[in-house]
Ligand binder design. Structure first.
Ligand code: FE2
Length: 669
């Protein structure tokens, strides 16, 4: 009698095992097996266990197509879910096939697994597989649905809370517990200090250091000491949490009439502004996007966010320093151009308003909209468009593992009407409007790092570690993606006839950029090259780009004067009228400050079950060639890890956010 050897792996997470009965049925090209219970001596499905079973059939089943897994109750006990990781089958002919599962199975539930080589839609030729594929997609589409959060924003998944999410996209139990624990500890400590909810104003800048007694990092302390310095202000636009905004300035904007007279004292002796522009030493941060965005009312009066313009100079010591700031888009007597030679507090206030608008852009646009919400679009489109046997599903799913969970929860606690960010100067409505405006102007090329760096004219500016590390990561991710994609799509014709792949990109175009052709987003794929680039961008966004804008938030922004999401006074309309009092009155009050610090702590925490970039603990690919590609990818990442650490050891301020082993494999927090 032909024998099939089955190795069944139970997940090694808490409560992964079950006491329930498990039955399997094998389906092959030439027939099916009996429904057979997996039952060895002792307890079979304990956490982390690999059980080996023999299933006998009357004759060979031919090429193995599907495994049906059923779990029914053993005792009349509460639900006893089982996490089935994978089943490896050795056929009587000696073939070894991997059937990945990696999901919880509930009592009475029937799960059908496909195994072996990843298959595209036009490769399935057996009626059983064709039908199975069709049914899987129909049920996925009814299970994961699009929802409109607000007109003009990318669409989101339709679940209202993380507890409604299917287990395959929920946080592990340990992570959920840790997040709750961190929140509780934070609340408690801040209450003990009597800070949370306090409407007192700060009496001196140094008093803000009180907040740091429960958590400080080397960098947060550094920022508290150096935040007023001009070269540190400039440095942050290269290597802090928003390295995505400054551009090389080849011509001064008409609405920013900086004269040679104003700035020549800050340039190298004898040089004019025009000659420095021609040498490529002048950079611009134009906050035009903020112009006209409504702000929140505070005590019945609207708050103010500057739509500023900031000119930066790369000096002969390779330090990037601000040399002129205008805090609106319209030059006027009420909107003077501030200079480093102005009264110290005038200049400091001008920089604080630039950093306030920057912190808002960073949080709403660069962090939430461009990494969290776009990753969610890619995730939902992937879950809806591909069956689990599809190679692109296998490639991408690990990069969306926790995205729906964090976003669904974050839309209430962080980015909700009453979420933590609602106390920013813009409030919920202003932030939504800012995201809407930014999405309508967002381009595909701005999400592709090599294109973006060149478009911003930043190819050669020195000490730009985000660019240096980011481009290396882009290249490594791209080589891996190219290898995998070209393995499954040897020519453009495979791309064109893969209707599932075409539907995937079409869903992203429709629900992500709302069908906006001007975005440059593809709405279909014609070539393998286009697929390579797009998937590289998707993985880069969900991993490296998210880490770049997320991981340093506590380091750089917890010293609130350096980057506050809320300022209470309007931007200064005249020179020579400010003092330290003005600065203290402009800053958030004690309670507001503490709330911001608490959010940043939570967002920058690392959790114990973190999966780093390129680690794929769930084995989904069965092909040795692809397993080798994964190993090569991991090797390249670990080489880069060492390279960055060696570079950092020479730096006064190490740039750590793109160290590969510190980057998470999906947007998780
Ligand atoms: Fe994040």
């Amino acid at each position: 009698m032909p024998e099939y050897k089955l190795e069944v792996t139970t997940g090694d997470m808490k409560h992964g095992g079950t006491f329930d009965h498990i039955h399997l049925t094998l389906f092959g090209k030439d027939g099916q097996s009996e429904r057979t219970e997996l039952d060895n001596f002792g307890i079979d499905f304990t956490t982390g266990k690999v059980g080996t079973y023999i299933l006998k059939t009357n004759s060979s089943l031919g090429k193995l197509l599907l495994i049906k897994v059923e779990k029914d109750p053993f005792f009349i006990l509460p639900e006893d879910e089982w996490f089935c990781s994978k089943i490896v089958v050795t056929t009587p002919e000696g073939d070894v096939l991997l059937f990945p599962c990696y999901r919880w199975i509930s009592r009475g539930e029937l799960v059908e697994l496909r195994g072996g080589r990843a298959m595209k839609v036009f490769e399935d030729d057996h009626p059983l597989l064709i039908e199975h594929r069709k049914q899987e997609l129909t049920s996925k589409k009814s299970f994961y649905r699009w929802k409109i959060l607000s007109e003009g924003l990318s669409h989101i998944n339709h679940f209202n809370s993380p507890s409604e999410l299917p287990a395959e996209v929920r946080f592990s139990e340990s992570k959920s517990t840790e997040v709750t624990k961190t929140q509780n500890i934070m609340g408690l400590e801040l209450k003990i200090k009597g800070l949370l909810g306090s409407t007192e104003k700060w009496e001196s800048i140094d008093d803000l250091k009180e907040i740091f007694w429960f958590k400080k990092t080397t960098m947060s302390e550094y920022v508290a000491e150096h935040w007023k310095e001009d070269d540190f202000f400039g440095y942050q636009f290269l290597n802090s949490v928003n390295p995505n905004v400054i551009k090389s300035c080849s011509e001064l904007p008409q609405n920013f009439p900086v004269t040679d007279e104003m700035v020549k004292q800050f340039l190298e002796k004898g040089n004019s502004l025009q000659s420095e522009i021609e040498k490529g030493n002048i950079f611009l941060y134009d906050q035009r996007i903020m112009d006209g965005i409504p702000t929140r009312l505070y005590d019945g009066e609207p708050l103010h966010v500057a739509a500023g313009l900031c000119l930066l100079y790369l000096n002969p010591e390779n330090k990037l320093k601000p040399i002129a700031i205008q805090l609106s888009q319209q030059p006027s007597d009420q909107s003077p151009i501030f200079l480093p030679s102005d009264l110290e507090t005038d200049w400091l206030l001008a920089k604080m308003f630039i950093k306030n608008a920057d912190a808002i852009d960073h949080q709403a646009v660069q962090h939430l909209m461009k990494t969290h919400f776009l990753s969610e679009v890619y995730a939902v489109a992937t879950l809806r468009s591909f069956p689990v046997i599809h190679p692109i599903y296998k490639l991408l799913f690990p990069h969306f593992r926790s995205t729906l969970h964090i976003n669904t929860g974050g839309r209430t606690s962080l980015f909700g009407h009453d979420g933590a960010l609602s106390i920013s100067s813009l409030g919920y409505d202003g932030m939504t409007e800012l995201m809407r405006k930014s999405l309508s102007e967002m381009t595909y090329s701005s999400l592709c790092l090599p294109d973006d760096i060149t478009a911003r004219g930043l190819d050669s500016i020195p000490n730009f570690y985000y660019r240096d590390d980011g481009l290396k990561l882009w290249k490594i991710i791209n080589s891996f993606v190219k290898a995998v994609v070209e393995y499954y799509y040897p020519s453009d014709s495979e791309v064109k006839k893969d209707t599932e792949l075409q539907e995937w990109i079409s869903e992203i175009f429709t629900h992500g950029v709302l069908g906006n052709n001007a975005s440059g987003f593809p709405s279909c794929f014609n070539t393998v090259e286009e697929v390579n680039k797009f998937i590289t961008m998707v993985i880069f966004t969900a991993t490296a780009q998210h880490a770049a804008v997320n991981s340093g938030q506590y380091d750089y922004n917890s010293w609130i004067p350096n980057a506050s999401l809320l300022l209470h006074k309007p931007p200064p309309a005249a020179k020579g009228q400010s003092s330290m009092e003005t600065i203290l009155g402009t800053l958030p009050d004690v309670g507001e400050t503490v709330s911001f610090v608490a959010i940043l702590w939570l967002l920058s925490e690392q959790y114990t079950d973190e999966v780093p970039l390129g680690a794929y603990p769930e084995e989904r690919f069965d092909e040795p060639a692809v397993k080798r590609m994964i190993k090569e990818f991991q090797g390249e990442l670990s080489y880069l890890d060492e390279e960055i650490r060696a570079r950092n050891s020479e730096l006064e301020i190490p740039y750590t956010y793109l160290i590969p082993s510190q980057i998470e494999n999906s947007v998780t927090i």
